[in-house]
Design a binder for this molecule. Structure first.
Ligand code: SAJ
Length: 434
């Protein structure tokens, strides 16, 4: 099968790199987005998202004329749907008193509807958006079949999840193994032929619902494993054990690899995807549900740890180091660090935050300062919230010269193994009872 032209619906963190990569590999690509601001920015040579290396690829794709942008799909050989699947802000599900979030699939539904008028026999449609199990067969196929064409018979339909790590999207898009699930084996094969244009990793073919489950299982596996690490940290504190030491020793076992406790699980994937499984089957997912609860409670746990170190939080001047959702990235979206700060402020603390990867961070309700010095200057206590390399590298001497605060709270084990006491500090670490 040959492909010469594709339409990519949704020009966000996944759609734009995918569209540009197809274009720079010689295909004619129409990038579609419903947001006029996104289209205008791209038409003016700009770019609306931050991802290393993306600007260069987008510029090359647009300049070559291989990538054009539009508000609606055109006739093409293949269509890729890469739109967001957020939660409803105003609706929640409930099962036996357990409340859970509900996936808002309206963007997937309307992107699929938009393909309808231009869908032709022999086309390939691929859903990439992370979705609850059976979305491809139960939501996407019925919409497309309103055309009178049958999925898997008259056109190919597949699900292929994106598993790239933000910050490394362009490299991982090409190098990662990729799974393609078809509503029929021929649909999976058609998807494979299309992605093989640029994917260098292994391409595994399966059915559509398996591919959906694979994506959700990967991120849920990680969430559940982080939850147990967080629970271990609470147990360690209760029993006077250093959880970090215990994790290190337990992980020497050939079949044990324990993840790291911390202030919580953030970002747009690991803290979101498990809910899709809970929503789809609340009666058989108590472990997944409770893991989400454990991880979501972790910022509260950090506040408790801070309270134990300081007594009352009211009026306390706190320097919060790190705002990103994980180490060594500049992405502040859905970050546990910001939640910790909001909770501390609710208790009356005066918090100044510093994010080395985004010194100009501007977050509602948070006082972010542009330098480490400014955060530390008047602080009474220093709270390490993200294990950034630059923050971990701070020495007791350096910190002692920048602040008169002598209480440190380390929520990520970034400052272990240094002689803080020798420099006059009292240090409290998450997962370690003092
Ligand atoms: N975290 C911990 N302890 C750990 C590991 C992570 O508390 O031991 C926290 C991080 O600090 C962060 C959150 O979990 O707040 C998520 O970070 P992450 O590095 O685990 O994952 P993401 O969200 O950056 O990317 C994940 C990846 N999935 C897996 O590793 C299974 C990535 O491959 C996916 O493409 C991405 O989700 C996605 O788009 O689904």
């Amino acid at each position: 099968m040959t492909f010469t032209k594709i339409c990519v619906l949704g020009l966000g963190y996944i759609g734009l790199p995918t569209a540009s990569t197809f274009a720079t590999n010689g295909l004619q690509v129409v990038g579609v987005d419903v947001n006029p601001h996104v289209l205008e920015t791209l038409r003016n040579g700009g770019i609306h998202i931050h991802e290393p290396g993306l600007r260069t690829v987008v510029e090359a794709a647009l300049k070559s004329g291989k990538l054009t942008v539009s508000e609606k799909p055109e006739e093409a050989d293949a269509f890729i749907i890469a739109v967001p699947t957020p939660f409803y802000g105003d609706k929640i599900g409930e099962y036996n008193g357990q409340k859970y979030k509900l996936a808002d699939m309206r963007a997937v539904a309307s992107a699929t509807e938009a393909i309808l008028p231009v869908l032709r026999k022999g086309n390939l449609v691929v859903l990439e958006s992370t979705s609850p199990p059976r979305t491809t067969v139960d939501l996407v196929a019925p919409i497309l079949e309103k055309s009178g064409l049958k999925a898997g018979v008259d056109f190919y339909l597949a699900y292929s999840p994106e598993r790239v790590l933000p910050g490394q999207i362009l490299r991982e898009l090409i190098e990662n193994a990729r799974v393609i699930g078809g509503v029929t084996p021929a649909s999976a094969q058609a998807g494979r032929d299309r992605y093989a244009i640029f994917v260098k990793g292994e391409i595994v073919q399966t059915d559509a619902t398996t591919a959906e489950m694979v994506k959700l299982m990967e991120n849920t596996y990680r969430d559940v494993n982080i939850a147990i690490a967080n629970e271990f940290s609470r147990l360690a504190e209760r029993f006077g054990v250093d959880v970090w030491e215990a994790i290190k020793i337990a992980s020497l076992h050939p079949r044990v690899k324990i993840l790291s406790p911390g202030p919580g699980v953030g970002g747009h994937c690991i803290s979101v995807d498990p809910w899709f499984l809970v929503e789809a089957a609340p009666d058989i997912t108590p472990l997944i549900y409770n893991s989400r609860k454990v991880n979501d409670a972790q910022p509260h746990y950090v506040v408790e740890l801070t309270r134990r170190a300081l007594g009352s939080l009211n009026g306390k001047k706190i320097a919060a180091l790190g705002l990103a959702f994980k180490p060594d990235v500049d992405d502040l979206r859905a970050s546990p660090a910001t939640e910790v700060i909001h909770l501390l402020q609710k208790e009356g603390a005066a918090v100044k935050a510093f994010e080395p990867f985004k010194p100009d961070a501007d977050l509602p309700g948070i006082t972010a300062v542009p330098t480490l010095e400014a955060a530390l200057k008047e602080a009474e206590v220093v709270l390490l919230l993200v294990n950034h390399t630059t923050l971990r590298a701070l020495t007791p001497e350096k910190l002692a010269s920048l602040t008169s605060a002598r209480i440190l709270i380390d929520t990520v084990n970034g400052w272990a193994g240094k002689n803080w006491e020798g420099a006059g500090f009292v240090i409290r670490r998450l997962g370690v009872r003092k």
